[in-house]
Design a protein around this ligand. Structure first.
Ligand SMILES: NC(=O)c1ccc[n+]([C@@H]2O[C@H](COP(=O)([O-])OP(=O)(O)OC[C@H]3O[C@@H](n4cnc5c(N)ncnc54)[C@H](OP(=O)(O)O)[C@@H]3O)[C@@H](O)[C@H]2O)c1
Length: 357
């Protein structure tokens, strides 16, 4: 089969190695996995981190360091250890050979070399969702993958399990035109929130189409936090979702976030995530700490999230997947370079095999 492996290098084209005849994985006896024929992989900023940082000389990465987290494909074989959902009257997860499925593997799988950028992969059956009706593989991988799961998990943290109600809430989505933001805007709007989106002018029309009530072009202002604080006649926000990692947005938040509002950041690098997290959580208000709740959310990819996002698609809450561009498998390095440029509107897709369904 065709597949990519990777080694640590500064650029994707240096890091990725294309294999035209890599060994195809097989399901061991009793396996709880599915053998999938992958049709599409979508990329996430975390894929770039893996490419740059994870040394392939560390066992077990050495044996099979395939990159990639999001996937869409079709079931080729079902492991003997997969509980037959058809036999379970309560289950709506009847998986059969030929079914189209999607979702994401976690960093654990990528760390151990079991990424998705290959024609065939074995994936735990619990990690997959069924591709929503009339959706293509690239769309499904992008929305049921890491980005959509993150958007949904952040909203779920706010509304609580089982609730779909954000009526009367005002939310700010920073980074609204990215993979996470494009799904986040749709969920918040679909749940009844008033959505203010932050993106560049190039993404304004798109995020309005996704449901944003108001758009702030961060490039038109010297400081985003000033622009938000100085908006005339605006009510404060109940929630700020920061998909960019702007520390000043949090520090100034008492001027535009309600006292019991929530600030949720998902950007976890040292300068945008870890150090601010320690400072924002630990510094007492008496010593100048910001008097607003702060959290740094880190997704653990899950089949439950993937299936819940698929349900939101079927219910018409998430109406569309935003695809920036699509590359054939042989041009995966270009796809990673496109992602690395940081300007993609929605998802960058790699077409692994043409979809037969
Ligand atoms: N914690 C977690 O579990 C988790 C999960 C997923 C993602 N993340 C992180 O969340 C961030 C967003 O992920 P993503 O997949 O949405 O990334 P992405 O798709 O690569 O984001 C690209 C988008 O960001 C916009 N953008 C760039 N700079 C901006 C700025 N200063 N203000 C507003 N928008 C800006 C770009 O549009 P313009 O250039 O037109 O502005 C582009 O549309 C990444 O840092 C990622 O690592 C974390």
């Amino acid at each position: 089969m065709k597949a990519y492996t990777y080694g640590p290098a500064p650029t994707p084209s240096q890091a990725l190695t294309f294999h035209a005849a890599a060994p195809r994985p097989v399901l061991p006896p009793g396996s709880s996995c599915l053998l999938l024929r992958i049709t599409h992989v979508t990329l996430n900023p975390a894929d770039l981190v893996c490419l740059r940082l994870l040394p392939s000389w560390i066992p077990p990465l050495r044996s099979n360091p395939v990159p990639g987290m999001d996937f869409a494909g079709e079931v080729v074989e079902i492991g003997e250890g997969v509980t037959n959902p058809d036999a379970d009257a309560d289950s709506d997860r009847g998986l059969n050979v030929g079914d189209r499925v999607c979702g994401a593997v976690g960093l654990k799988e990528v760390f151990t070399g079991k990424g998705t950028l290959a024609e065939f992969v074995t994936i735990e059956s619990t990690l997959v969702a069924t591709v929503p009706t009339n959706w293509g593989g690239g769309e499904a991988a992008g929305v049921m993958g890491i980005a959509g799961q993150t958007a949904w998990a952040m909203v779920r943290r706010v509304v609580g399990e089982g609730s779909h109600d954000m009526t009367g809430m005002r939310v700010l989505v920073n980074g609204a035109s990215g993979g996470v933001g494009t799904v986040l805007v749709q969920i918040c709007k679909g749940f009844g929130a008033d959505v203010v989106a932050v993106c560049s002018g190039a993404g304004e029309q798109l995020v309005k189409e996704l449901g944003a009530d108001e758009v702030i072009d961060y490039q038109a202002h010297a400081a985003l936090e000033d622009a938000i604080a100085e908006r005339p006649g605006q009510h404060p926000f109940d929630v700020i979702f920061d998909c960019v990692g702007v520390q000043a947005l949090y520090e100034r938040s008492p001027q535009y976030l309600k006292p019991h509002g929530q600030f949720i950041n998902i950007v976890g690098g040292w300068s945008q995530g870890v150090v601010p997290f320690v400072r924002n959580k630990m510094r007492p208000r008496l010593l100048g700490g910001t008097p607003r709740s702060y959290s740094l959310f880190l997704l653990s990819a899950s089949g439950d999230y993937a299936r819940e996002v698929a349900a939101l698609v079927e219910q018409g809450i998430v109406k569309r997947a935003v695809i920036d561009c699509e590359f054939p498998l042989e041009q995966a390095a270009e796809a990673f370079e496109k992602l690395a440029a940081g300007r993609a509107k929605g998802k960058v897709v790699i077409r692994v095999q043409s979809c037969s369904l």
